[in-house]
Design a protein around this ligand. Structure first.
Ligand SMILES: [Zn+2]
Ligand SMILES: [Zn+2]
Length: 190
């Protein structure tokens, strides 16, 4: 599979930050250093210098940035813990609430809940897709794998095992470095 690259090219006449005699090819998208062809790692269509490619990625500090990363962008990786806490548990809870509300609404002949439910589905569709894509990336799988969920029974089984239980790559993969443990150093793998 060919990966489209959005990396920024190093200016002409620049040299690698690690190898002063070798011309720079790309600008590292994390630290801004120039990296030569030995040092450049391409992940997530971006270029990283060797040091940054091997460094676990922190979740953004502020909540707005963190929510944007988790639910709007489909780049990068999240670990199992983040997937459970930020996607699977909230959506399961939401779904359970809807089922209960729907039960009471239909016994009263009220159909407003159906409208609300459909609106809710539209609202959570993209954030769910984004969170699950990131978890697939953690296992070096592309978002296309989500099509498997269309297969009855096997699809949902695969979904939960693959995204909820199987460990992500400890090393950087095609989608970048792993997510750092909250507040600690090193990739987080429970
Ligand atoms: Zn760097
Ligand atoms: Zn170099």
């Amino acid at each position: 599979m060919s990966i489209e690259i959005e990396a920024v090219a190093a200016p002409e006449g620049s040299y690698c930050a690690k190898h002063p005699a070798t011309p720079g090819i790309f600008v590292c998208s994390r630290c801004g250093d120039y990296a030569c062809h030995h040092c450049t790692a391409i992940a997530n269509r971006e270029a990283y210098c060797q040091g940054c490619a091997n460094q676990p990625l922190e979740l953004p500090e502020t909540w707005p940035a963190r929510l944007r990363f988790l639910y709007l962008s489909i780049d990068g990786r999240i670990d199992r813990r983040t997937w459970w806490l930020m996607f699977y548990l909230p959506t399961t809870l939401l779904y359970a609430t809807v089922v209960v509300l729907e039960y009471f609404a239909t016994t009263r002949g009220d159909h407003a809940i159906e409208v609300a439910e459909n609106l809710g589905l539209i609202v959570v569709a993209w954030p769910s897709f984004a969170a699950c894509t990131k978890r697939l990336h953690d296992r070096n799988q592309s978002a296309w794998w989500l099509l498997l969920t269309l297969v009855p029974l096997i699809g949902s089984f695969w979904f939960l095992i693959n995204l909820g239980f199987l460990r992500g790559d400890a090393a950087p993969n095609d989608y970048g470095p792993p997510l750092a443990a909250p507040g600690g150093a090193g990739p987080h793998h429970t």
